[in-house]
Design a protein around this ligand. Structure first.
Ligand SMILES: [Zn+2]
Length: 66
């Protein structure tokens, strides 16, 4: 029998170990994946850059656009 770790196990572990509060607004900081296009200088093509953005009350309106 192969040892399995489900996706939900990993998420639960990450949430329990990685949760922290913003010192400014005192709300739990969540992390979302943002994909932003970046233009290449010479070729003029676009690349999509993925990054993890920390979101709390301070910047949620700005990041989520509402
Ligand atoms: Zn904050």
């Amino acid at each position: 029998m192969a040892k399995q770790q489900t996706f939900s196990d990993k998420v639960a572990k990450a949430q329990s170990s990685g949760l922290h509060k913003c010192p400014v607004c005192d709300t739990p900081v969540t992390h979302i994946r943002v994909i932003s296009p970046t233009q290449q200088g010479a070729s003029g093509g676009y690349r999509f850059q993925r990054r993890i953005q920390a979101v709390c009350k301070c910047n949620s309106a700005e990041v989520l656009g509402n």
